[in-house]
Design a protein. Structure first.
Length: 206
C-alpha cells in the first residue's frame, strides 16, 4: 500500500457499548433544557466508549477485529448489566469541556471488555493508553469561547438513577467529524453470549 492509499484508508475509530433506546430517550429529554453554551450529543449517538483508537488503517482495523473475535472465541463473556447514575464535568476544576453521566457500580464485565480493547490496540501496534479507564456517557460538550458556570449547568441536570440495561454486544465504530456533530457508524459488532459453567460458546458477526 502506498502512502496516498494509506492516508485515504484511515478511519477514526473507537470501541463502545450501546445504550438502551428507552434510556437514551429519557436522557435526551433531560438534555433538552441545557443552555446553548453546550452542544448535546445526538440521542442516537449516545454510547459508552471502551477504547478510542484514533485514525487507524484498514490493516490496524483488521488486527483489532481479529484480536477481539479470537479473544471472545477463546474466552467468551456473558452479557452483563450496566447502570447509569449521577453526572459530572470533565475536568472537575477550571473551565469544563464535557458534561457526562456516570456508571455506578462499574461492572466487572465492562472493565474486562476495556482490557481486551486495550489488548487489541497493542496487538495492532498502537500506542498504549496511559490514562486509567474512566467509563462514562458523554452527554454534551461545552462550545469553545462561551463562558459558562459548570455548577449552574449541573443544577439543570438531575443527579439521579437513569436506568439499567443488559450489555449483549460491543461494537467497533467509525467516527466522521462534521460541523453539526460526529457521525458514528458500526464497522463490526461482537456479540456476547451466555456461557454455561465450563462451556465455550460465543459468537461474533460483521
Amino acid at each position: 500500500m502506498n502512502g496516498v492509499d494509506a492516508l485515504e484508508d484511515r478511519r477514526r475509530c473507537f470501541l463502545a457499548v450501546a445504550i438502551d433506546e428507552k434510556i437514551k430517550e429519557e436522557i435526551g429529554r433531560a438534555a433538552a433544557v441545557l443552555p446553548r453554551a453546550l452542544r448535546p450529543v445526538a440521542v442516537e449517538s449516545l454510547h459508552v466508549t471502551l477504547r478510542f483508537y484514533g485514525e487507524i488503517t484498514s490493516r490496524e482495523r483488521a488486527v483489532i477485529e481479529g484480536y477481539l473475535g479470537e479473544s471472545l472465541r477463546r474466552d467468551p463473556l456473558s452479557p452483563f448489566f450496566l447502570r447509569l447514575r449521577g453526572r459530572g464535568l470533565f475536568p472537575s476544576r477550571g473551565a469544563p469541556r464535557v458534561l457526562w453521566i456516570g456508571l455506578s457500580p462499574v461492572a466487572d464485565g465492562l472493565i474486562e471488555l476495556a482490557r481486551r480493547g486495550e489488548g487489541a490496540a497493542v496487538a495492532a501496534g498502537l500506542p498504549p493508553e496511559r490514562r486509567p479507564f474512566s467509563p462514562h456517557l458523554t452527554l454534551a460538550r461545552f462550545r469553545e469561547g462561551q463562558k459558562s458556570d459548570g455548577q449552574e449547568i449541573l443544577s439543570l441536570l438531575p443527579d439521579r438513577f437513569w436506568g439499567e440495561w443488559a450489555v449483549k454486544s460491543l461494537s467497533l465504530m467509525s467516527s466522521t467529524l462534521r460541523p453539526q456533530g460526529p457521525l458514528y457508524r458500526p464497522l463490526r459488532v461482537f456479540d456476547l453470549k451466555e456461557v454455561a459453567p465450563g462451556g465455550q460458546e460465543s459468537s461474533t458477526h460483521a
